[in-house]
Design a protein around this ligand. Structure first.
Ligand SMILES: [Zn+2]
Length: 176
């Protein structure tokens, strides 16, 4: 009995210590979630369409058909980027300038919001590499064309009535 009474406060102390740690963890998690939520709200003031929702209906249909055809062929094909807001596109331009170290190099990989087909909902980026290469081979039959020689992943709609995909541009720099 004496022994039990002597150990009890120790156990209580340990339990209290565990609760204190657990509570602190919960408080930190709630704070982090709150902060992320606040930052997210600041970046996106209202509900915006997803990358897939903002695509032109024609492109959405053709990509769905392409995905079905790829699946039949046993090739993975996913959308890695579709519609983008002008703000998202500008952020990509800014990132590219930083990553490539110059506006000249960045222009080869990204267009400004005013000329980007992604902002107009008429371009998609696809992956993985296997899927992108497959679509590069079969895109014409599905009404989708690769646009740039340096981007195996970027596709736009085949123009109405065209009997072939247009010649590839070397890169996106001519669109600036
Ligand atoms: Zn693209």
């Amino acid at each position: 009995m004496t022994l039990y009474v002597g150990r009890l406060p120790e156990r209580v102390r340990r339990r209290r210590a565990r609760w204190a740690v657990a509570s602190a963890v919960v408080v930190v998690c709630v704070a982090v979630v709150g902060l992320v939520h606040t930052l997210g709200s600041a970046a996106t003031p209202g509900p915006t369409p997803t990358a897939a929702q903002g695509l032109s209906p024609e492109l959405e249909q053709r990509f769905a058909a392409a995905q079905a055809a790829a699946e039949l062929a046993g090739v993975p094909l996913t959308l890695t980027s579709g519609w983008r807001s002008a703000a998202e596109q500008q952020a990509i331009v800014d990132d590219a300038v930083e990553r490539y170290g110059s506006i000249e190099e960045a222009r080869r990989w990204v267009l400004p919001p005013e000329s980007s087909a992604h902002v107009q909902g008429t371009a998609i980026d696809v992956g993985p590499t296997e899927g992108a290469l497959w679509l590069g081979e079969h895109g014409f039959e599905l009404g989708l064309c690769r646009t740039y020689a340096n981007e195996i992943w970027h596709f736009e709609l085949l123009a109405e009535g065209a009997d072939a995909c247009p010649e590839l541009h070397a890169d996106s720099s001519s669109g600036w």
